[in-house]
Design a protein around this ligand. Structure first.
Ligand SMILES: [Zn+2]
Ligand SMILES: [Zn+2]
Length: 205
């Protein structure tokens, strides 16, 4: 009799435990993140709109914020460029839970890479994290809008936890100090699966 009672309590506890686990998952699925596009004042609004519209084709939950100036501590005077690592720290600090902010600029940006103290980059993002930045400065003039979108989606991929990918046509390809964006077509199946798991909606799977 006593044993039965314990057994019942144990079953009951297991039931509560499994229920709460499920509920947490449901809550997570109901609240996909919102991507905030944060343009810096130097950037033409036409470029901001192009990148935003392209992003919306992949992920519909995107909003554009009012343009802002660079915070003073991000300027690197010696090279007349802006520090990408300081920019994403600043953006992250101002980003609430449930949001990811992507900064967009036409200015040259840089970060420390290995032994190189100030290395020019096209973009930088936390992996995973709440902020990233993309710059159009190093892109080809002829199709800079398309390339700019590819840099943006790559950095957003990092914020969602994606690492660099070995597929040459994947948005998550490592630039290796060059600009391979023209060869990139889409996220590969593996990278896409990670994003779908994080509530990204793709028009074609
Ligand atoms: Zn990367
Ligand atoms: Zn990939």
């Amino acid at each position: 009799m006593k044993n039965n009672k314990y057994c019942f309590i144990l079953l009951f506890l297991t039931f509560i435990f499994s229920c709460s686990e499920k509920q947490q998952k449901t809550i997570k699925e109901e609240k996909p993140i919102t991507i905030l596009v944060q343009p810096f004042e130097d950037l033409q609004s036409e470029k901001v709109e192009f990148v935003t519209n392209e992003l919306k084709k992949v992920y519909p939950n995107v909003k554009i914020l009012e343009s802002i100036d660079f915070p003073q501590n991000t300027y690197y005077k010696d090279r007349n460029r802006y520090r990408a690592d300081s920019i994403i720290k600043f953006l992250s600090k101002n980003t609430k839970e449930g949001f990811v902010t992507i900064g967009l600029t036409s200015k040259d940006i840089s970060t420390t890479k290995g032994k190189i103290k100030d290395f020019g980059v096209m973009g930088l993002g936390f992996r995973p994290g709440k902020a990233c930045v993309a710059s159009s400065f190093r892109l080809n003039k002829q199709n800079s809008n398309e390339q700019f979108f590819k840099i943006a989606i790559h950095e957003l991929g990092h914020t969602q936890g994606l690492k660099h990918c070995s597929q040459k046509t994947c948005f998550m390809r490592d630039a290796e100090g060059k600009n391979p964006t023209d060869e990139e077509i889409d996220f590969c199946k593996k990278c896409k699966a990670v994003l779908i798991n994080k509530n990204w909606k793709f028009n074609s799977i």
